[in-house]
Design a protein around this ligand. Structure first.
Ligand SMILES: Nc1ncnc2c1ncn2[C@@H]1O[C@H](COP(=O)(O)OP(=O)(O)OP(=O)(O)O)[C@@H](O)[C@H]1O
Length: 538
């Protein structure tokens, strides 16, 4: 039987009825589990009485808040798939994504409804809009004002194994963002993995950096404190506010982008603040530099655990490692160009390394599995692995491999397994540089260059010679207040590259003042753009 996590939430809320479920740090407003459940029932009844037909697709454009969680739970109860879109992807991508999923309804804050009016043609599939917030009647009634918490329990929809719960978009760091189909069974598998592996439960308080995580916390019986920040811009988090709400509400865990912890750890270190109650930090979505890991550990109590789960929008979490193992066992090798160790597959997840293949792979038997320490494409299989993209058969075919009892997902990453089944991430598949005399892997090569004290980060790119051959180049972004001029820096970086077999044949080096990176994590380097830039500079 497929579990709807709204059902799990209802059971949890009955057990925890009087306990605080959600607190909004920006308003200090709180609701108990019973109140949250009643609000979800109220929204479910209101929406279905006002023309929302369950099963059709709803685009949800509401900021993280008690209303956001209540409406999400309501839509799960109704059995209405939700499109969650990150406005941080830029409006062109946003409009493209909306057109691709053709939502039937829009539930949004006044700003989102105005946006929909402005770009009406992209929203032409939308039959009805619901306004969350006061627009002085201009954009319809404020649906939150219609909910008084007295609705009767709304019967929770029982999903079938293929019933869709949500469509969530990838970051878009290697092309346009893709809408990933999340069936109800994916959410319930994720919830169980989180509960069992990270041991989070009703004794905990969460401050989620990813808004959707509050939904899991609610189902787990944990209290959520919604931070006062724009979740689409984690790197711009106000650390003073983020830390204040952690301390005020005795937060015990947080799941978010490394970008948040980069800012927050610097803030705490400068003020000698230790987040005494925080015992678990999960940083995901982008690579976590070793130096950041150390900073985060230094602002937490000694017994705290910091995890850097590896996965993607299509499959999360799949692999995990705790910081102590990184520090004591793997960091040194990473610094020497062996890739980033991201840990072992989680319970129930299968992982293989296969020989890289540019096109579609029909069946898993057609792929050649590689042995330990051989670098290849990372493929995963398991209950948290999604089956398809929304209305995008071409990308689905390229990303999935059929198996007799299911399918594998191609992560689009390269890496290898070591002798103890640990996965070492060597970069994105699209970021490999294949030359006549070998393949260069981004994460491995860049780690060597990042050792230079004046280098903030570096990027490996492939350039083309006049004869049409591909050759590697390394670009460095200096630290903010660098102490040497660019010529000296390049000379030293080149000397560093010459000391290692991985980079000794690289002959082209550049300094770039500020790398183009993704907006969400401020960490994923757009190497494709840098390659164009460097090619012009040649
Ligand atoms: N712990 C980690 N360490 C290193 N890299 C990670 C980690 N977790 C995730 N990643 C990287 O992030 C990717 C997943 O990111 P996400 O699903 O947000 O979309 P994206 O791959 O950035 O975008 P798109 O697929 O649209 O190009 C992984 O494939 C991997 O490259």
């Amino acid at each position: 039987m497929t579990v709807n996590i709204a059902e799990t939430f209802v059971e949890t809320s009955l057990r925890n009825a009087g306990k605080t479920a959600v607190t909004e740090a920006s308003t200090n407003r709180s609701v108990t589990f019973a109140e949250l459940n009643a609000r979800a029932d109220g929204f479910a009844a209101y929406l279905s009485n006002n023309g929302l037909v369950p099963g059709k697709i709803v685009m949800l454009m509401v900021l993280p808040s008690i209303d956001f969680i209540s409406i999400t739970l309501a839509l799960f109860k109704l059995g209405t798939p939700i499109v969650m879109i990150d406005p941080g992807m830029g409006y062109r991508n946003l409009l493209r994504c909306i057109e691709k999923v053709s939502p039937d309804y829009l539930i949004g804050v006044p700003k989102a409804l105005l946006f929909a009016r402005l770009f009406g043609s992209s929203f032409k599939s939308v039959k009805k809009k619901f306004c969350v917030g006061n627009s002085f009647g201009l954009l319809g009634p404020d649906i939150t004002a219609k909910i008084d918490g007295t609705a009767a329990p709304y019967p929770v929809y029982h999903p079938g194994p293929d019933d869709l719960a949500a469509i969530i978009f990838t970051t878009g760091s290697t092309g346009p963002p893709k809408g990933v189909r999340y069936e109800h069974k994916i959410f319930s598998a994720q919830l169980e993995l989180i509960r069992q592996y990270y041991k989070l439960g009703d004794q905990d308080t969460d401050q989620p950096g990813f808004p959707l995580f509050a939904l899991f916390s609610a189902a787990l019986g944990a209290r959520s404190v919604i931070p006062d920040m724009d979740p689409t811009r984690p790197a711009q988090v106000d650390p003073e506010k983020f830390v204040a709400s952690i301390l005020q509400h005795s937060v015990t865990y947080s799941f978010g982008s490394p970008a948040i912890w980069n800012v927050v750890s610097n803030y705490c270190i400068a003020r000698r603040i230790v987040l005494e109650n925080v015992t678990k930090v999960l940083m995901a979505g982008a690579p976590v530099p070793y130096e950041l890991l150390q900073r985060v550990l230094s602002i937490l109590p000694d017994h705290a655990q910091v995890y850097t789960p590896y996965g993607a929008t299509e499959s999360l979490p799949t692999v995990s490692i705790e910081s102590r193992e990184i520090i004591t066992e793997t960091a040194l090798a990473s610094r020497k160009g062996k890739g980033t160790c991201v840990g072992r597959p989680l319970p129930g997840i299968r992982l293989k390394i296969i020989e890289p293949c540019p096109g579609e792979i029909g069946r898993i038997d057609d792929a050649k599995e590689l042995g330990a320490f051989e670098i290849g494409e990372i493929v995963v299989k398991g209950k948290v692995v999604t089956r398809a993209y929304m209305n995008n058969d071409e990308e689905t075919r390229l990303a999935k491999i059929a198996d007799v009892d299911g399918f594998w997902h191609r992560m689009g990453d390269v890496g290898y397994l070591d002798g103890s089944q640990r996965l070492w991430f060597c970069g994105r598949k699209a970021h490999r540089v294949e030359t006549g005399d070998g393949i260069y892997y981004s994460v491995c090569c860049e780690a060597l260059i990042n050792e230079h004290p004046e280098v903030y980060r570096s990027a490996l790119v492939g350039l083309t010679s006049p004869g049409g051959d591909t050759f590697p180049a390394l670009i460095v972004e200096p630290v903010k207040d660098k102490a040497i001029d660019n010529t000296t820096l390049l000379r030293e970086v080149e000397a560093l590259a010459k000391q290692n077999t991985l980079t000794e044949r690289v002959e082209h080096f550049f300094v770039h003042p500020s790398f183009p990176v993704d907006i969400r994590h401020n960490a994923k380097i757009f190497r494709e753009k840098l390659a164009i830039w460097a090619q012009k500079k040649l």
